[in-house]
Design a protein around this ligand. Structure first.
Ligand code: IPM
Ligand code: MG
Length: 368
């Protein structure tokens, strides 16, 4: 008898629906081979949800996410909903709300080099040689969720003697929030090379000083794992100078957002970086890239970060390691055979190997 697995699918905006189609193809192919029936429940999130319901995170979407064994999200956002008006809804509120509501405090972003793509990186092959790291980003605290406001008519804010506007965002971290993400990082390091870099700005920020204290306290429980503190500006520099030195990098929400985009370029493209968001509730899997409105609807987006997110989901939430291994091998073989979407193509990629979104998905499915 087949086992049934319930997935909440959130295609979102921009290229989201296109790459979701490829994920569905792959899931159906894997389900057949591995005796699993994927029960797919699609729901609205982000701009698409704003257009249809007025809210970026409709109640039904939250209910679907809670009821699922895992959530698979593509991407949200786009110029149609871009606004600086604090009173208008933004697609990002859907994603941030979902992370908060599901208690997804740990965001894992694996960064590894696919050998056939070594020349797709803007960095020299000898610099990215041996890169295999995991970014553990705190996801429900810090600047993203602290109190923020816009104040009007603030004395002197428009210049001396002139009233003007002021805005602020606050960065707050509670001890327990730092402790649990630190544990996630140390546990992950135990399954890897047993090295944790904790990235902060402890020379300036009070939240970073607390971060450092708590991470060191947690480290005492993991004497077999080495801990290195690194300031965030230095970490940004080390990522392009000698990226292979990193195993697990743990950091707060905003630093992790920025450093993971930077790290993705080691692999050649943001289109190759998957992520898993774990916590108290249903886990969520999504590519680290955005909705790429500039190429949306043209069928040229790279679906691989989405498919790599499916791989993480199979492994981490669905106990389907064999299927995950199959998918991982199929992706590696597809790249090994030379197939490329535009973002990872080289100047000399032959036209017959240059693929669109659906063709790339087909190549992977053919190898399952
Ligand atoms: C990410 C994205 C989101 C973030 C945006 C879309 C709100 O950049 O997942 O990295 O900043 O967390
Ligand atoms: Mg980001």
């Amino acid at each position: 008898m087949s086992r049934a697995v319930r997935i909440c699918l959130l295609p979102g905006d921009g290229i989201g629906p296109e790459i979701t189609d490829e994920a569905v193809k792959v899931l159906l192919a894997l389900g057949e081979r591995h005796g699993v029936v994927f029960d797919l429940h699609e729901a609205l999130l982000g701009g698409a949800a704003i257009d249809q319901t007025g809210s970026a995170l409709p109640d039904r979407t939250l209910a679907e996410a809670r009821a699922a064994d895992a959530v698979l999200l593509a991407a949200i956002g786009g110029p149609a909903w871009d606004t600086t008006d604090p009173d208008r809804p933004r697609p990002e509120q859907g994603l941030l709300g979902l992370r908060k509501e599901l208690g997804l405090f740990a965001n894992l972003r694996p960064v590894r080099i696919f050998a056939p793509l070594a020349d797709a990186s803007t960095l020299r092959p000898d610099v990215i040689d041996g890169v295999d790291m995991l970014i553990v980003r705190e996801l429900t605290g810090g600047l993203y969720f602290g109190e923020r406001a816009r104040e009007r008519e603030v004395a002197d804010a428009g210049g001396p003697g002139r009233a003007g506007m002021r805005a602020y965002d606050t960065c707050v971290y509670d001890e327990f929030e730092i402790e649990r993400i630190a544990r996630t990082a140390f546990e992950a390091a135990r399954g890897r090379r047993r090295l944790v870099h904790s990235v902060d700005k402890a020379n300036v920020l009070e939240t970073s000083r607390l971060w450092r204290e708590v991470v060191h306290a947690v480290a005492a429980d993991y004497p077999d794992v080495a801990l290195v503190d690194m300031l965030v500006d230095n970490a940004a520099m080390q990522l392009v100078r000698r990226p292979a030195q990193f195993d697990v990098m743990v950091t707060e929400n905003m630093f992790g957002d920025i450093l993971s985009d930077e790290a993705s370029m080691l692999t050649g493209s943001l289109g190759m970086l998957a992520s898993a968001s774990l916590g108290e509730g249903t886990a969520l899997y999504e590519p680290s890239h955005g909705s790429a409105p500039d190429i949306a609807g043209r069928g040229v987006a790279n679906p691989l970060a989405m498919l790599l997110s499916v791989e993480l989901m199979l492994r981490m939430s669905l106990d389907m390691d064999a299927a995950a291994d199959d998918l991982s091998a199929a992706i590696a073989e597809t790249l090994g055979a030379g197939f490329r979407t535009a973002d990872i193509a080289a100047d000399d990629t032959p036209p017959e190997l240059l693929m669109g979104t659906a063709e790339m998905g087909d190549q992977v499915v053919a190898r399952l």
